[in-house]
Design a protein around this ligand. Structure first.
Ligand SMILES: C[S@@+](CC[C@H](N)C(=O)[O-])C[C@H]1O[C@@H](n2cnc3c(N)ncnc32)[C@H](O)[C@@H]1O
Length: 229
């Protein structure tokens, strides 16, 4: 599963290179986009609330996989929640993002970050998996592969937590703005909004699902618990 940064650098997915170089692969923009003010603004002031809702799904002492790097202090919050007896593993396909995550997790010896493409099998099983705002940034085919691989990485009785965009209600004042954002900056988001995460792939059938929406439906948290037997 894990490989050296130089080997992985040449294997960045086309969609990431073509669409999101400015957001995730450019040394000039990464520090700026990683700042708390920008993270909060991008989620219309909801970043802290959404991060707290995700992190609260995990228990101290668990071994948790964080699927892809997240800007701001999300990984530190998760590491703090899991505590010294827990273990946090962050996997991301972009070496620059792994370097940035390692820097942020330097004070957390029970947390580590590695280069890996989540469209390929994870190769390990965890107590739980967290996927925060990744799915809207990948095309449908890659999204299905990623969800399938993440579900396979959840142990029996374990849980998977997705937090991502959702179709806002018809009256939402930000709906026209978000339509423009999705059209020009997030071209794969509409295909996520048209789908139900809990039915994306056949492996979903092995889980019990629960969904909550926030901020007029613009955001969703979808939690699946793998049946034990
Ligand atoms: C988690 S998502 C978006 C998070 C959100 N916008 C934020 O940071 O607040 C962005 C990350 O997903 C990573 N990513 C995209 N496709 C991936 C894949 N197939 N495997 C692993 N990481 C991937 C990118 O490299 C990037 O670091």
């Amino acid at each position: 599963m894990r490989e050296s940064s130089s080997a992985a650098a040449s294997k960045l997915p086309d969609y990431l290179r073509d669409t999101y170089t400015w957001a995730y692969l450019d040394h000039r923009t990464v520090p700026w986009l990683d700042s708390p003010v920008v993270v909060s603004a991008i989620l219309w002031g909801n970043a802290s609330r959404l991060m707290n809702r995700a992190v609260a799904e995990f228990e101290p002492g668990q071994r948790v996989l964080q699927a892809a790097a997240v800007y701001g202090d999300f990984s530190q919050r998760l590491a703090r929640r899991l505590g010294d007896s827990g273990q946090l593993t962050v996997l991301d396909v972009a070496p620059i993002q792994i370097a940035n995550t390692r820097r942020k997790l330097a004070g957390w010896p029970h947390a580590s970050a590695h280069v890996a493409d989540l469209a390929e099998p994870v190769g390990e099983v965890f107590n739980a998996v967290c996927c925060f705002f990744l799915l809207h940034e990948v095309p449908s085919h890659a999204r299905r592969l990623i969800v399938s691989n993440l579900l396979d990485a959840v142990e029996p009785g374990g849980r998977i937590v997705f937090v991502d965009y959702h179709q806002p209600r018809w009256w939402h004042p930000m709906r026209p703005v978000m339509a423009m954002v999705f059209r020009y900056l997030e071209p794969f988001a509409n295909s996520l909004l048209a789908d139900s995460i809990d039915r994306l792939v056949p492996e979903c059938a092995a889980f019990e699902w629960h969904k909550e929406t926030y901020f007029g439906g613009l955001y969703q948290k979808v939690v699946g618990v793998r049946r034990s037997a």
